[in-house]
Ligand binder design. Structure first.
Ligand SMILES: Nc1ncnc2c1ncn2[C@@H]1O[C@H](COP(=O)(O)OP(=O)(O)OP(=O)(O)O)[C@@H](O)[C@H]1O
Ligand SMILES: [Mg+2]
Length: 530
């Protein structure tokens, strides 16, 4: 046995004693929710019977890394130590999932068998899945891992080349992308020659933006001026919206154009959303960051878990993928009642908490909600929106959900002349400018340290402070409440929307006109809707 060990452990044989077990260590990371936590990977090899164990609350994918690691080492032209191998992932009480520990374990084996420098390896953070031929495959959650590497001041972060763009979005960390195990080993030994990567660094914190990335524009929507105006208000105050109208009136078309008039994402928002998309494995290799507000429109057959997040190892659902963007539920009454119920927490708190056997996890979920529906199952208004069938259909949407929607919009059928008109409407860019100006006023009013960023997020106390009512306003609201049978909740919605309308008009005071317009957006509270 000493003979074998002497071959494998040249550094020990130099000392000339019975070779002791050799331990190599490096840093890696486990993604929990949308954050990364440090994991120390220790590899110990030598002596004993042929075996390879991975310890430290590893799931099946991590345990299977044994086979991948061994094959990758041999196929990259190195030799795998014989005897008893232990790979330990610490802290032991943290669940480790997925194949991202393949590469650090393989490098640990190379280091403890003296094939690369052990001291150098200990200074790095490493993530990557290995293919049997030694190629390094991409992993999830790399933006969060890169932020961790920066905070822990490791010498550098070795990532799969496909994750390079994402990892490089973080300033202050040396990111080294590798294509295979051999390249990674050469980086550790300081032998790697320039590895070509194409990473567009962010220039002074600005997010580079593609020209009309969504490929759709408000100018394509003919007529529907009242609806467009209401969507502009929604965007300006971040208000939730429900659109009701007959088939073909343009509801889906209008909703798709909403992200294009929301304010441009800030770098901080972009980071938050990217972390979620990265953990869900949705970030494309060429993208370092999610730069555009997401537009998520799940089908009505979606499961509660798909919507809210979950599964065995909790992963983000549609509400979190829509974070800082738009969640569009088309054909709203077709969604299962339970699915609409689970929307309540994120709509209220801007986050979701998922409890599973594997633990409780909280994901951010601050989105703008937009729902669309036909007035009745057959699609038409049946003259007016007060038919029996209409009422029953509408009642499928629960009161608590309706309570959280600030604007109710009737989208009327298009007139032929309007559809055939050649006149282009206002472009998304022009509308977005007005929206951004209104948001700027809100930011100034709430101050930089407030958790309220837009009018829709105001609590009751803030609302009373920001929207003072004079006698005339009180008279108007009181008569509206009687005539339209509005609830106290509806009154709060009206005040919030009134504040936004005033902001769009750049008026510090909320005037009667502003409130009167806001009242129009409460159609569903009226008695005729039941
Ligand atoms: N205002 C409009 N301007 C230009 N085209 C329109 C307009 N409204 C509808 N259209 C055309 O009609 C098509 C159908 O519109 P859309 O799918 O948005 O309707 P919808 O209200 O979502 O209908 P449904 O209730 O059946 O889902 C659009 O793809 C578009 O070509
Ligand atoms: Mg539609």
């Amino acid at each position: 046995m000493p003979l074998v060990a002497a071959r494998l452990y040249p550094s020990r044989s130099r000392i000339g004693v019975e070779p002791m077990r050799q331990i190599a260590s490096t840093w890696s990371a486990a993604v929990v929710g949308v954050s990364a936590l440090p994991v120390e990977v220790e590899v110990d090899a030598g002596g004993g019977k042929e075996n390879f164990v991975v310890v430290g609350l590893a799931d099946t994918a991590v345990k299977e890394s044994r086979q991948r690691v061994k094959a990758a080492i041999w196929n990259s032209g190195y030799s795998c130590p014989e005897g008893f191998i232990t790979a330990s992932l610490a802290p032991a009480d943290l669940k480790k999932a997925g194949p991202c520990f393949d590469l650090p374990i393989a490098l640990g084996l190379l280091a403890c068998s003296g094939q690369i420098s052990k001291d150098n390896l200990a200074e790095w953070m490493v993530v990557g899945e290995l293919a049997l031929d030694g190629a390094v495959r991409s992993v999830r959650g790399v933006l969060a891992i890169s932020l961790l590497a920066r905070d822990r001041r490791v010498r550098g972060l070795i990532v799969p080349v496909l994750n390079a763009a994402e990892a490089s979005a973080v300033e202050g960390v040396k990111v080294v992308p590798v294509r295979d195990l051999r390249e990674a080993a050469e980086v550790i030994d300081g032998k790697a020659v320039d590895i070509p990567i194409v990473v567009k660094k962010l220039a002074n914190g600005q997010i580079p933006r593609a020209e009309n990335p969504l490929g759709v524009d408000f100018s394509e929507v003919k007529g529907q001026e009242a609806v467009k105006r209401a969507l502009e208000i929604a965007a300006a105050g971040n208000h939730n919206v429900l659109m009701i109208g007959p088939p073909g009136s343009g509801k889906s078309m209008l909703a798709k154009r909403l992200p294009g008039i929301l304010p441009q994402m800030t770098l901080e928002e972009s980071f938050e959303t990217t972390r979620i998309h990265s953990v869900a494995g949705l970030l494309r290799a060429e993208d370092s960051l999610v730069r555009e507000r997401p537009f998520r429109s799940p089908h009505h057959t979606i499961s509660d878990i798909g919507l809210i997040g979950g599964s065995a190892h909790p992963s983000p659902g549609e509400v979190s993928l829509a974070h800082h963007g738009v969640l569009f539920l088309d054909e709203l009454p077709e969604f299962k009642r339970s699915a609409l119920e689970v929307l309540r927490q994120p709509l209220e708190d801007g986050q979701v908490t998922i409890s599973r056997a594997s633990g409780t996890m909280t994901f951010p979920a601050r989105f703008m909600f937009i729902g669309a529906m036909n007035p009745s199952p057959r699609g038409n208004f049946e003259g007016r929106p007060n038919g029996q069938a209409s009422r029953r259909y509408l009642n499928k949407i629960s009161g608590p959900l309706l309570d959280r929607i600030d604007l109710h919009l009737e989208v009327p059928a298009m007139k032929h002349e309007e559809l055939l008109s050649e006149e282009p409407g206002e472009s998304s860019a022009v509308i977005q400018k007005r929206v951004e100006r209104a948001r700027e006023l809100q930011r100034k009013r709430f101050g930089p340290n407030s958790s309220t960023h837009a009018n829709a997020q105001m609590g009751p106390r803030e609302l009373r402070k920001r929207v003072p009512m004079d006698r005339e306003a009180k008279a108007l609201l009181s008569s509206a409440m009687t005539d339209l049978a509005l609830s106290a909740r509806a009154l709060d919605r009206i005040l919030k929307v009134g504040r936004t309308i005033a902001d769009l008009a750049e008026s510090e005071k909320v005037l009667l006109d502003h409130l009167a317009e806001a009242i129009q957006y409460r159609t569903l509270d009226r008695q005729i809707w039941g």
